[in-house]
Design a protein around this ligand. Structure first.
Ligand SMILES: Cc1cc2nc3c(=O)[nH]c(=O)nc-3n(C[C@H](O)[C@H](O)[C@H](O)COP(=O)(O)OP(=O)(O)OC[C@H]3O[C@@H](n4cnc5c(N)ncnc54)[C@H](O)[C@@H]3O)c2cc1C
Ligand code: SF4
Ligand code: SF4
Ligand code: SF4
Length: 378
């Protein structure tokens, strides 16, 4: 049977309006005819000529399938991408996905540790990757304006200063994939993507389903462990209205079982995490991937140490990048055994996210490249 022609109308019905859409913008970046726009308030793709509706895309009717191929929530996405990245599907006892090794890592440069959310490992690795020529651009998240808006926006880094300006975590959504076009327009050929677990699945789903040229240039994917991101309204409606913390006064936010909020005047506040639940984005409520299972490197801040980043190496590319940065002296590493509880915690948090994926009949066996092959590990 020939592969089905699955296009925008299918994506709209089965992902965009079903509660599964993460807002990763993979479909938008993959669309070759500029049919799709992106609404950064609802974090949804839309057909620019259909007034938000499900109208067929004429290119889709004629056979273009790139948006469904690029979507890491369409069809039987998880096993397809598992096979592409890991050469096999995830076993039941691997809630956080397959990996090669896990360690605790931090930037060797104290300036980068101070700028980073946890150990500054992501920032230091990117600075090294750009300066050594491993990549020539990185798609990151910045804060709009002078930094007081806390509106996370995608952007491109090409220098140490660019990477430093993006360091730290914002807990609203930033579709960093959208910065791809700017990076390519400026001549980049090897691009690193940093993003939440859902975004980390974009490069491999595109590669697995042959969704055009984009994946060939996304040569390093650094995923951030993630259980949810919040609607921007959490700033006025929770932090300011209930706790008297205006957004412009906030210097840093972290989540360690509760919101930790440091203000520019030296103050420190805590807000129970469960109070933020009402501002969780819709796509996060159905998201099964806490641990960025399809990234080359997954990074997080769980565990006993505040100033070290937990780094999960998943692919040969990830191992090459981490070892290169360590050998160059850009990073320091210590064994994960130094934090005996952290792997159990990773498994527990991953299992909690796994329970969110909607139960239902098994996905229909639809394949883009019939029949599926066991692809080689990257
Ligand atoms: C929304 C969010 C939720 C997270 N939830 C968890 C969690 O539950 N448990 C856990 O262990 N870790 C979580 N993390 C990851 C953690 O906060 C750190 O990003 C990670 O440990 C790397 O630390 P670092 O010091 O090495 O990163 P840094 O060196 O500070 O680099 C962080 C990078 O993340 C990018 N970034 C920041 N905010 C965003 C955003 N909103 N969207 C996309 N990219 C962004 C920046 O561009 C920067 O390059 C989360 C991160 C984010 C952004
Ligand atoms: S079917 Fe093709 S042209 Fe139409 S929205 Fe999808 S990717 Fe774009
Ligand atoms: S999950 Fe990502 S690729 Fe899929 S429809 Fe939503 S924005 Fe597009
Ligand atoms: S929980 Fe995190 S990884 Fe999952 S959809 Fe939300 S932002 Fe993306």
């Amino acid at each position: 049977m020939p592969p089905e022609k699955l296009h925008w109308a299918h994506l709209f019905r089965e992902v965009v309006t079903s509660g599964l859409c993460t807002g990763c913008a993979g479909c938008v970046v993959a669309c070759p005819y500029d049919v799709l726009g992106y609404d950064d308030r609802s974090w949804r793709p839309f057909h620019v000529d259909a007034d938000g509706g499900a109208e067929d895309c004429t290119h889709g009717v004629r056979g273009c399938t790139l948006c469904t191929r690029a979507c890491p929530r369409f069809g039987d996405w998880e096993p397809e991408v598992d096979r592409h990245v890991h050469g096999r599907t995830r076993a039941e006892d691997e809630p956080a996905g397959p990996w090669r090794e896990v360690s605790l890592v931090r930037a060797a440069d104290p300036e980068l540790v101070a700028a980073g959310q946890d150990g500054g490992a992501v920032t230091a690795l990117l600075v090294w990757a750009l300066e050594s020529g491993l990549v020539d651009a990185a798609l990151l998240s910045y804060v709009e304006g002078d930094g007081t808006s806390w509106k996370a926006v995608p952007g491109v880094a090409r220098t140490r200063a660019d990477v430093l300006a993006a360091a730290g975590s914002r807990y609203t959504y930033s579709a960093n994939t959208l910065a791809y076009a700017d990076a390519i327009a400026a001549g980049a050929e090897r691009v690193a993507l940093v993003g939440m677990s859902c975004q980390a699945s974009v490069p491999p789903v595109m590669a697995a389903r042959k969704a055009g040229k984009v994946a060939r240039r996304l040569t390093l994917s650094i995923g951030l462990l993630c259980s949810k991101t919040f609607d921007d309204a959490i700033f006025p409606d929770l932090f300011e209205a209930r706790y008297g913390i205006p957004r412009a006064s906030i210097a840093k936010i972290n989540i360690k079982g509760r919101f930790q909020i440091w203000t520019r005047d030296g103050g420190y506040h805590e807000v129970p995490l469960k109070e933020g639940h009402a501002w969780t984005r819709e796509g996060c409520l159905a998201c099964p991937d806490f641990a960025a299972e399809h990234a080359d490197l997954s990074t997080g801040g769980i565990g006993a140490f505040e100033d070290w980043t937990l780094v999960v190496v998943r692919t040969a590319r990830g191992a090459e990048a981490l070892e290169g940065a360590l050998a160059a002296g850009a990073l320091e590493r210590r064994p994960v055994e130094d934090d005996p509880g952290v792997l159990d915690l990773l498994a527990r948090l991953s299992r909690a996210s796994r329970r969110r994926w909607p139960e239902g009949p098994p996905q229909a066996p639809r394949h883009f490249l019939a029949p599926p092959r066991a692809a080689a590990s990257r």
